[in-house]
Ligand binder design. Structure first.
Ligand code: SF4
Ligand code: SF4
Length: 169
């Protein structure tokens, strides 16, 4: 049997369908992340982007996501290894850093349920529409280590994208 595409192709060489299939649907990049610029610490919240459907773990307007949510960052082969605030489990980040797919990834297991079983999937969250921005720090659930590289202009608050569009190249 031929080796799978994620082991033989670079991110740049993948077809659009292959690229999209790398997303395991964990939804973690659609949770609000607070970036404390003074310390470089990142605070993970359980507040979801207003466009995130928690039950389905999907963006409800994927096509227009970056227009409707200004800090939704589109992943590309060029930036997916450099975005330190992305979840370490993210397939784009892992492949860009030469780490390979996790053994629970749906492309390996054949089922999306393995993402839940591995404890990686977002199982509950509150929508940012129902949270007063003044109270956002009350929703912090974890502190993440300082990224190895600091971004040049780290926004106070960042929130990540889901993967790409055909315009990624
Ligand atoms: S882009 Fe990465 S972090 Fe976001 S849902 Fe897909 S696999 Fe998860
Ligand atoms: S893909 Fe972007 S706009 Fe859509 S739910 Fe996730 S963070 Fe929000």
């Amino acid at each position: 049997m031929a080796d799978p595409f994620w082991e033989t192709k670079s991110l740049n060489e993948m077809t659009d369908a292959e690229w999209e299939s790398l997303c395991d649907g964990c939804g973690r990049c659609c949770l609000v992340l607070l970036d404390e610029t003074d310390t470089g610490r990142l605070y993970q919240t359980n507040v979801a982007c207003k466009l995130f459907d928690v039950k389905k773990r999907r963006c409800t307007d994927y096509k227009n996501r970056t227009k409707r949510v200004k800090d939704c960052v589109q992943l590309t082969p060029g930036n997916s290894g450099a975005l330190d605030w992305m979840p370490e489990s993210c397939a784009y980040r892992r492949l860009a850093r030469g780490e390979g797919l996790a053994d629970w990834h749906p492309l390996i297991t054949g089922t999306k349920k393995s993402v839940e079983d591995a404890g990686v999937a977002v199982m509950s969250a509150v929508s940012e529409d129902s949270v007063d921005p003044e109270d956002i720090w009350d929703y912090v659930v974890a502190v993440r280590p300082k990224p190895r590289r600091k971004r040049a202009a780290a926004p106070r608050r960042s929130r990540a994208r889901r993967a790409a569009s055909p315009a990624r190249r």
